[in-house]
Design a binder for this molecule. Structure first.
Ligand code: GDP
Ligand code: MG
Length: 436
């Protein structure tokens, strides 16, 4: 979608003046782009009509920078289409019960874990996960693995095949043990069918959750809309979770679902890791779709993980010329904490497109980490002692080549120099630079 829109908007962005002809041409492109992204035909058509009306209403053609204004109108309209301001989750109950619904493979179990982790860390809640996918033993195991990962208790009852009974027992367990949020992970099927709908509807009726969430794989496009409608008819759910919005964005599902079921999209999943969860901001999503990059999210996420204390220590070391490979290793771990590299790069304007065919992920650091691990403590603090024979030893030890070791040493040297240059301002200055 971004590619097409980029092209469509390119003309308008660059030029100081536009004509009626290329407004019409642009709108046609915008509509085609929306259709390509699986946005429903009628929604796309209505959308372009509204944009055109606004453009005429605001006399786009007579303003100083018509291109800019046009881009703004398209963006605002897209934002509105995806639903105003970000909405939170209802946590007023004691405990607050959150029910997950959605097809098999949509990401319910993963998102249950992400949400528990998010509520625990960001909202100081004490969540309990409840395993109600009774059809596959592996499903219960999966939730336990997730729970262990994030340090959240998982309630399950392996002999029991009645999800209503399990969810009730889970809530009772939460009440008795001081949990204030209960997240109920349910079974899904590959397609909408009676059995699944009856089951989820029964659970829903029995436990009356504060929040019912519909989880949908954003890569399923137009199908996502039909599924959303089917679930909403039965559950009248409170919000949508859009998963698998990693790197390359497919905005189509977001646009259509919101229009068809008129329920807010609350969170997005942006990767398999437990940290890959974000509050859904329509304006940011519109930016992404329009290929402007989501700088706001990027800076926010970076800041969140930014350890002030660590930064201060680092600054001292740089100032004293003591920055070594151990510090570098810490930096890598810091970056990894920030999430998948491709996600991150995708948020930088322009970089998303560049990286489309390149697979950058955490593995990119594996070689580097291996090399550093093969260095002795002395070598790490004082890399200048690494001579030819040491390089050979390090290469062998790390399963890399002398060439790769050389490359890392060179990069490290350049980085150290750059850091020295930037010292004084430290990380904060860099953040400001990023914010622009
Ligand atoms: P469920 O059947 O609805 O419980 O779905 P799961 O939580 O088991 O997820 C199905 C698959 O999708 C798993 O392999 C997950 O790791 C993966 N997955 C879930 N959410 C995301 C996401 O946001 N991004 C990516 N890339 N993968 C995801
Ligand atoms: Mg599951």
């Amino acid at each position: 979608l971004s590619d097409k829109l980029d092209k469509a908007l390119h003309v308008l962005k660059g030029h100081g003046s536009i004509t009626e002809v290329n407004v019409a041409e642009t709108l046609k492109e915008v509509r085609r782009a929306l259709l390509d992204a699986d946005v429903n035909f009628k929604i796309a058509k209505d959308f372009t009509v509204r944009v055109k009306d606004k453009a005429i209403g605001q006399n786009v053609l007579t303003t100083l920078q018509p291109g800019q204004l046009m881009v703004k109108i398209v963006k605002d309209e897209l934002t509105e289409l995806m639903g105003g301001d970000a909405e939170g989750i209802n946590l007023s109950g004691n405990p607050s019960v959150i029910l997950m619904s959605g097809l098999q493979g949509s990401g319910k179990t993963t998102f249950s874990g992400k949400l528990a982790n998010y509520l625990k860390n960001k909202k100081s809640k004490k969540p309990l996960l409840v395993a109600c996918d009774v059809y596959r033993p592996a499903a219960i195991d999966q939730l336990h693995v997730v729970g262990d990962q994030i340090g959240v208790e998982v309630f399950s009852d392996r002999g029991n095949t009645d999800p209503v009974a399990i969810s009730k027992a889970g809530i009772a367990h939460a009440k008795a043990n001081g949990y204030n949020v209960v997240i109920i992970d349910t079974a899904g099927r590959l397609a909408v069918d009676e059995v699944m709908m009856t089951e989820i509807s029964n659970i829903h009726k029995a436990i009356q959750p504060q929040e019912t969430l519909f989880v949908v794989d954003s890569m399923t496009g137009q199908d996502a809309v039909n599924t959303a409608k089917a679930f909403n008819d039965v559950l009248n759910f409170d919000g949508v979770i859009l998963t698998k919005l990693d790197g390359d964005t497919r905005g189509g599902a977001a646009i259509s679902i919101k229009s068809v079921v008129n329920k807010p999209i609350k969170f997005i999943g942006t990767g398999e890791k437990m940290e890959a969860i974000d509050v859904f901001y329509p304006a940011r999503m519109a930016d992404r779709i329009l290929g402007m990059g989501d700088v706001v999210s990027l800076v926010e996420r970076a800041q969140e993980q930014f350890d002030e204390e660590e930064a201060r220590k680092l600054q001292k070391k740089i100032a004293k010329n003591q920055f070594g490979f151990d510090d570098f290793l810490k930096q890598i771990q810091q970056i990894k904490k920030m999430g998948n590299m491709k996600d991150l790069m995708g948020m930088i304007p322009g970089a998303g497109k560049m990286l489309k065919d390149v697979d950058i992920d955490d593995d990119a650091f594996k070689g580097i980490e291996a090399i550093i691990h093969s260095m002795t403590p002395k070598e790490r603090t004082n890399p200048s002692i690494i001579n030819a024979s040491r390089k050979q030893r390090i290469g062998k030890g790390s399963g890399t080549s002398v060439q790769q070791v050389n490359q890392l040493l060179k990069q490290f040297d350049q980085m150290s120099k750059m850091m020295k240059m930037m010292q004084g301002g430290g990380g904060k200055k860099m953040m400001q630079m990023m914010k622009g």
